[in-house]
Design a protein around this ligand. Structure first.
Ligand code: ADP
Length: 485
């Protein structure tokens, strides 16, 4: 049972235009705990009609919000940030219950998401324009930045709280109203954020949560409605491509944070113990279910055997369990379907000659648990070279030269995160510049924070979240030409 200090955080209705509402149809759907299979609660199942009303309400609320001063917007965002921090324990419990990750990781996620709200409350005051030299003396050229308009998001279940915070914070800071459609597996964290938004004094219509089972139908409304000027998505490249296509009809501004196939490269000159530590956290955080998790670990031949031995030992030491157990380091995967997908990738590799030094099967703890797995003798013909694993499986590739590993690392349509360990300063520059990725961790396995621009290139997406660049995705540039001076 979920025992919360602040029981008001657990909501079963959606939050639209400052009201808590049921579905028009009266329908509900179950939210289950992946660690136990238990139903946590049933919540209102909204659809496209309620989404349309949310969009219309957001559009009506927009003028007042965009006319508020940056400081006024900053102040409510900051209040929201403090409320989230004050409620972190309860929010983490809700997150772990619906998503499965260990409580410590859930807390880290809540605070990480809150940091974006704090950051963008500060950045709201730093939206600058330009004065540009004119072509003739009787003119002046001025550039101002204005909020794009109603922004809608669809977010996944792997970071049920932070993915919304990371999108909503720059939107609100820029002056855009926002409608979130959380993943149907994990809507409770989003609804809890809405409770605190209301308490913080975010005006009606400015932050809305539309929870529903059919992402396809809600997404169709969000991407086709001409009142929506900005659409932001985190999820797979396949779904992102579809949504980007749907947005094309009304030429919406989009941000897409899509799949990854992160290389994690360990060179002969690396500090191997540090590299093992970095790889463990990078690979097994959230049970391997992040788009920036190390997907392919490349180890240079001179240190391969040492790395395999130390990495396998560190993997063996990981405690698998229910996220509510304080010792747990690796929780369940989100669904039993996810287990099946991971097993297919492992079986494909094993059939093609890979060896498991540990794991290779589901974990006996329950139907959503997978044993942390290390595979050696892997090669580029195996599916896991090309596909996102999204589970606690670490394939260790052997390579000989810098050129070879850069070629292999870049041999993918994805370009989100990448990592490498080396102590050679020349190599560090060469490799960092050669990797075709939006982000490079150098002697670091965890790179995301609100001060840095998160995002991918190639088919990993468009736009950046966080940092001083993050507001640009929610702002339009307007050029004022003043004549007759
Ligand atoms: P994941 O495998 O991480 O769930 P998906 O890209 O399949 O990645 O899903 C990410 C989010 O997109 C989820 O919330 C899902 O419900 C939603 N989604 C999936 N298909 C569609 C679609 N056709 N239109 C809109 N949203 C979708």
């Amino acid at each position: 049972m979920l025992e919360l200090k602040n029981t008001a955080l657990l909501r079963t209705q959606s939050y639209v235009n400052g009201q808590w509402i049921d579905a028009d149809s009266g329908e509900t759907f179950a939210v289950t705990n992946p660690a136990t299979g238990e139903v946590i609660t049933r919540i209102a199942n909204l659809g496209p009609a309620e989404t349309r009303r949310a969009i219309e309400a957001a559009d009506k609320a927009w003028p007042a919000w965009r006319k508020a001063t940056a400081k006024e917007r900053a102040n409510v965002l900051r209040r929201w940030f403090h409320l989230i921090v004050d409620n972190v324990d309860d929010l983490a419990k809700i997150l772990t219950a619906e998503q499965g990750k260990p409580l410590t990781e859930a807390k880290t996620e809540i605070l990480y998401g809150a940091n974006y709200i704090e950051w963008f409350s500060e950045e709201a005051k730093r939206i600058y324009g330009d004065v540009i030299a004119p072509p003739s003396n009787d003119k002046r050229i001025v550039v101002i930045k204005q909020s794009v308009g109603v922004a809608c998001s669809i977010t996944p279940w792997n970071f049920p709280s932070a993915m919304i915070a990371r999108k909503m914070a720059p939107a609100l800071a820029a002056g855009c109203p926002f409608i979130a459609k959380p993943a149907s597996e994990t809507p409770l964290s989003a609804l809890a954020l809405a409770v605190l938004a209301e308490e913080a004094g975010i005006p009606a219509g400015i932050f809305n949560v539309v929870a529903g089972k059919s992402a396809r139908e809600i997404g169709a409304e969000m991407t086709s409605n001409s009142l929506v000027r900005k659409f932001t998505f985190t999820g797979s490249t396949a779904v992102g491509r579809l949504l980007q296509t749907q947005c094309a009809d009304t030429i919406k501004k989009t941000s897409m944070e899509l799949g990854g196939n992160a290389p994690f490269i360990v060179f002969d000159d690396a500090d191997i113990d540090e590299a093992v530590k970095g790889a463990i956290i990078c690979k097994y955080r959230n049970a391997g279910q992040t788009c920036v998790c190390a997907n392919r670990i490349f180890v240079q031949e001179g240190v391969y055997d040492e790395f395999v031995e130390k990495f396998t030992a560190a993997t063996k030491a990981l405690k698998v369990g229910n996220g509510t157990d304080p010792d747990t380091q690796v929780g369940p995967l989100i669904t039993s379907k996810a287990i099946k997908g991971v097993q297919e990738l492992v079986d494909d590799a094993l059939q093609k000659g890979a060896k498991a030094t540990i794991g290779g099967t589901p974990h006996g703890l329950g139907e959503c648990f997978y044993a942390p797995t290390v595979l050696t003798e892997v090669n580029a013909q195996m599916r896991l070279f090309k596909e996102e694993i999204f589970g606690p499986v670490a394939p260790l590739f052997k390579f000989s030269s810098e050129d070879e590993v850069i070629r292999m690392a870049n041999d993918t349509e994805f370009g989100l995160a990448s990592y490498f360990y080396s102590r050679d300063i020349g190599r560090i520059w060469r490799v960092a510049e050669a990797l075709e990725y939006g982000m490079v961790g150098i002697n670091e396995g965890i790179i995301s924070n609100e001060m840095a621009p998160f995002g991918g290139i190639k088919e990993s997406g468009l736009g950046r979240e966080g940092s001083k660049y993050g507001l640009d995705d929610y702002l339009e540039i307007k050029y004022l030409c003043m004549g007759g001076v």
